[in-house]
Ligand binder design. Structure first.
Ligand code: NAD
Ligand code: TYD
Length: 339
């Protein structure tokens, strides 16, 4: 079995590669990643010498490079994590989101049609469903919830999902799609809520909470997401969408307070800043389908997962110190300087 994992130098893709190499020692895993600001080769250092692993630096939008890789490796499956993934960046500059998230997906699927594969899996997001109101805790996203996006990021992911479904219906491509809630865990890029708050708190810097901090996300430990994708690519039904989430809804402010408590830092570091434009209020997944069909359930409770995550950031300072000393400083100043 040969699997191309795109975006494998990023947060979830790298965790998925570690999971797969560990669980299936006879699989060949090829990481295709162009190493944007969010991709980090040092993340993959521990598997670089594994004879069943290969890293290829190229963009999923580069048709020639993608076709060449298919000719060399004859992959059985593609798992597409590669994406521009940060909502705030999509509000500043939507274009690259359309190129990577939509056109890149089309290039990968064209290669699948041309060379043949047994499965194309699209890693999507619960954000394609838009948001739920805070005063309706009885509502959840199911696979039947209409697509109703808010940000350029979620719109680009929804556009990709529609293309994936079109390639299935029109060309018979054997596809699956997963739509997961917010992940947290090791190798999470420091621009996202949880690592940003951990790293700022460690430096006694202000903790910038958007709006009132009452927005709700359904947090899932990254390993549980990887296990769900593993189940879907092996046992999921072709043409189907599977929602992934753990009934673990929390407000942003509660998350930030937990991080302060775990690190022994004062809540006075919390600073309320201007809200995100078009900020989604609440995401909440109904995971009944993946539970009933594939037996998936989240294994890591948030109380334990957040402790493990904080400890990981304490133990891997060199990983994130390198990141936050580069282009990230300009990004931080631009996004938070006058907020
Ligand atoms: P990330 O930003 O940490 O990593 C993205 C990776 O994709 C990076 O390694 C980057 O270099 C690579 N990449 C970007 N553009 C590329 C291109 N044109 N060609 C090749 N590689 C490219 O993202 P993440 O948080 O790991 O998210 C991975 C996937 O999971 C995305 O598709 C995202 O939409 C989806 N997702 C993320 C979450 C979450 O909470 N982070 C939740 C649900 C779904
Ligand atoms: P984020 O990690 O960017 O994920 P997403 O927007 O895809 O859910 O943000 C999670 C939540 O945290 C979201 O409601 C926005 C909020 N947030 C802040 O309040 N402050 C911050 O500095 C960041 C990055 C996010």
């Amino acid at each position: 079995m040969t699997i191309i994992v795109t975006g494998g130098a990023g947060f979830i893709g790298s965790n998925f590669i570690f999971h797969m190499l560990n669980k299936y020692p006879d699989y060949r895993i090829i990481c295709l990643d162009c190493l944007t600001y969010a991709g980090n080769l040092s993340t993959l250092a521990k598997v670089m010498d594994n004879p069943n692993f290969r890293f290829v630096k190229a963009s999923i939008t580069d048709r020639e490079a993608v076709y060449k890789l298919f000719e060399e490796e004859h992959p059985d499956m593609i798992v597409n994590f590669a994406a521009e993934s940060h909502v705030d960046r999509s509000i500043e500059n939507p274009e690259v989101f359309l190129d990577t998230n939509i056109k890149g997906t089309a290039v990968l699927m064209d290669a699948c049609r041309k060379y043949g594969i047994t499965r194309y899996h699209q890693v999507s997001t619960d954000e394609v469903y838009g948001d739920l109101p805070l005063d309706r805790p009885d509502l959840f996203f199911t696979e039947e919830t209409p697509i109703h996006t808010s940000s350029p990021y979620s719109s680009s992911k929804a556009g990709a999902d529609l293309l994936v479904q079109a390639y299935h219906r029109t060309y018979g491509l054997p596809v699956t799609i997963s739509r997961c809630s917010n992940n947290y865990g090791p190798y999470h890029f420091p621009e996202k809520l949880i690592p940003l708050m951990i790293i700022n708190a460690l430096h006694d810097k202000p903790l910038p909470v958007y709006g009132k901090g009452e927005n709700v996300r359904d947090w899932l430990y990254v390993e549980d997401h990887c296990k769900a994708i593993d189940l879907i690519i092996h046992n999921g039904r072709v043409g189907e969408v599977y929602n992934i989430g753990g009934h673990n809804e929390m407000t942003n402010i509660d998350i930030v307070k937990i991080i302060c408590r775990e690190l022994g830092k004062p809540e006075s570091l919390i600073t309320y800043v201007a809200d995100r434009k078009g900020h989604d209020m609440r995401y909440a997944i109904d995971p009944t389908k993946i539970h009933n069909e594939l037996g998936w359930l989240p294994e890591t409770k948030f109380a334990n997962g957040i402790k493990k995550t904080i400890q990981w950031y304490l133990d891997h300072k060199e990983w994130w110190e390198t990141i936050i000393s580069g282009e990230y400083e300009n990004y931080y100043e631009k996004m938070y300087g006058n907020r």
